[in-house]
Ligand binder design. Structure first.
Ligand code: HEC
Ligand code: HEC
Length: 249
């Protein structure tokens, strides 16, 4: 440590001399004192060798870089697919169909897992509010709460009772010890799965990666749980954040 600090002083002195030689008029005494080198952090125990790579990837993901996470809106209250049912029936079925499969070209099949897994609900809320492709904007004709509820009603098409049942069992067996029965979190650092912010701004595809590879002090689950088990438990976790049409809580 001491020799390292001496080295830093030496380097700064040489730089100062060079600066002086180059005719820098500032006196040396005005130079900033060298900042002490912080002690090196102890390397934390690594649960598995790929964890570091995952964390690095997570740091550069759009969420972590704040590209979308900061801009994404959050509902003021817990969203409700149940409350969204009537909004959807009145305004959306003409193009999306009562079954959510879509009746006009380009509409996504909402019973398929794609939107549910790949999009943050807040991103869909923005599409619905501002319009997208052939879909008109709804922000002037529907209240914010109605738009949130309609989006969660749309997402709820991809949820099946079977997946929820399996997901709840997996959650109870493997996850409640740290995340709690209610999903609000017991262990330090665990997110609150029931918070409007979590349910609106996270993408299941990102959470799938965290669950599979591990994150922070959470161990990886891909060795213990099959891919479909991991999706089922995430489906269950997602429904903790809104009032689903499917009565599994
Ligand atoms: C006039 C037809 C029409 C109506 C009415 C309509 N949509 Fe859409 N919607 C579309 C089309 C077309 C797309 C596909 C847009 C695209 O990807 O180009 C779409 C896409 C979506 C998406 C996916 C957005 C995304 O970012 O991928 C959601 C969610 C959605 N609609 C929800 C709703 C809700 C909720 C309502 C009622 C409030 C509604 N839509 C009313 C035509 C409509
Ligand atoms: C040993 C405690 C522990 C167990 C058991 C555990 N988790 Fe976690 N989990 C955590 C912690 C801690 C975090 C926060 C990690 C962080 O952000 O650094 C977390 C985060 C998460 C996240 C958010 C990930 C993200 O990208 O933000 C999800 C989803 C999750 N856990 C699901 C599960 C599921 C599903 C199970 C059971 C199969 C499970 N966890 C079991 C401790 C645990």
């Amino acid at each position: 440590m001491v020799s390292r600090r001496a080295l830093v002083f030496g380097v700064i002195l040489v730089l100062a001399l060079i600066a002086a030689a180059c005719g820098d008029p500032r006196p040396i005494t005005h130079m900033q004192a060298p900042t002490p080198i912080p002690p090196k952090a102890e390397p934390t125990a690594t649960l598995n060798p790929t964890l570091e790579a995952v964390q690095t990837a997570a740091e550069t993901s759009p969420q972590a870089t704040g590209k979308s996470a900061e801009a994404l809106p959050v509902p003021a209250q817990r969203p409700s697919a149940k409350a969204g049912a009537s909004v959807f029936a009145k305004n959306c079925v003409v193009c999306h169909g009562e079954d959510g499969k879509g009746v006009i070209p380009d509409t996504p099949d909402m019973t398929a897992p794609d939107l549910f897994r790949n999009a943050a609900p807040a991103e869909l809320f923005l599409s619905v509010s501002k319009g997208k492709g052939a879909m008109p904007p709804w922000e002037s004709s529907l209240k914010e709460e109605e738009r949130w509820n309609a989006v969660f009603y749309a997402l709820d098409f991809a949820v099946t009772e079977d997946a929820l049942k399996r997901g709840k069992d997996i959650f109870t067996t493997n996850c409640v010890v740290c995340h709690g029965e209610d999903g609000k979190g017991i262990v330090e650092g665990t997110p609150d799965f029931t918070s409007p912010e979590f349910v609106a701004t996270t993408r299941l595809v990102d959470l799938f990666k965290s669950v599979s590879e591990g994150k922070g002090t959470m161990p990886p689950w891909k060795g213990q749980l099959s891919e479909s088990d991991r999706w089922d438990v995430l489906t269950y976790i997602r429904t903790l954040g809104y009032e689903s049409m499917h009565g599994m809580k």
